[in-house]
Write a protein that binds this ligand. Structure first.
Ligand SMILES: [Zn+2]
Length: 246
């Protein structure tokens, strides 16, 4: 760490859970963020601020006016630009040494090789097809997954252990067909920023390994009354994550 980095990270270096060794872990960490929207923006900015050294951001979309109220990394000047590019630029501005952009909707063919290049994955994407592809790739590639979702005032957070058991399919089995998106249900910027921030916090906890995390349980938040409940999930015996790899 150089002198500038010591100053930049001073307020987290004094945490016993971080310290010099922990900061080095953060600087060496490689994180994939899927979705550069309401959750991906605050999560990525918090990861970059904490000094995560390598962040890869995947999103196929360009920035639209309806994104600006909650996707706080973007301004009117960025309208029409690819989200992944702009968020990668903002991450580098905030202390990330290397931020890469993938301007694609990821499927299993992209995800399998990517797993070898990252230590963990954050998923804040906006569709269940991508979410299941990401969760499956994490099981197969043995990478931990931080899953965040928000609809209206309802938040979901799930930490899928490397290798699953339980995985997202233990929870849902298949993509729900009646799921509503932010475009259908609406959402407030404070809510997305909070959940994205918690996703970054969980990711940093995974990298530091200095506190215990609620692996395999679903956190369900009601964001008007600040009520959270935890649902402990059991691996399904017929799920892909519990079967021996072939
Ligand atoms: Zn499973």
């Amino acid at each position: 760490m150089n002198r500038d980095e010591q100053l930049r990270f001073a307020r987290q270096l004094i945490l016993p859970e971080v310290g010099g060794k922990g900061q080095q872990r953060l600087l060496n960490a490689r994180v994939l963020v899927v979705g550069a929207g309401g959750l991906g923006c605050p999560a990525t900015l918090a990861l970059a601020g904490a000094g995560i050294g390598h962040i890869t951001i995947a999103d196929p979309d360009t920035i639209e006016m309806t994104n600006l109220h909650r996707q706080l990394a973007y301004t009117e000047e960025d309208l029409g630009r690819p989200k992944a590019d702009v968020l990668a630029r903002e991450a580098q501005r905030r202390g990330c040494r290397q931020a890469l952009a993938i301007r694609k909707r990821l499927d299993s063919s992209h995800l399998a090789p990517l797993m070898r290049e990252v230590d963990l994955v954050l998923d804040g994407s906006d569709n269940f097809e991508t979410r299941f592809a990401v969760a499956d790739a994490c099981v197969r590639g043995h990478r931990p997954l931080v899953y965040g979702a928000i609809t209206g005032f309802s938040a979901h957070l799930f930490l899928q252990p490397a290798g699953g058991e339980p995985c997202l399919r233990c929870l849902f089995e298949a993509p729900p067909t009646d799921a509503m998106s932010c475009a259908d249900a609406g959402v407030l910027p404070g809510a997305t920023t909070m959940v994205g921030g918690l996703m970054a916090q969980a990711a940093i906890g995974i990298i530091l390994k200095s506190w215990s995390l609620p692996w395999g349980s679903l956190q369900v938040g009601e964001l008007r009354q600040f009520r959270w409940r935890q649902i402990d999930l059991q691996p399904r015996s017929d799920c892909q994550c519990t079967s021996e790899p072939t």
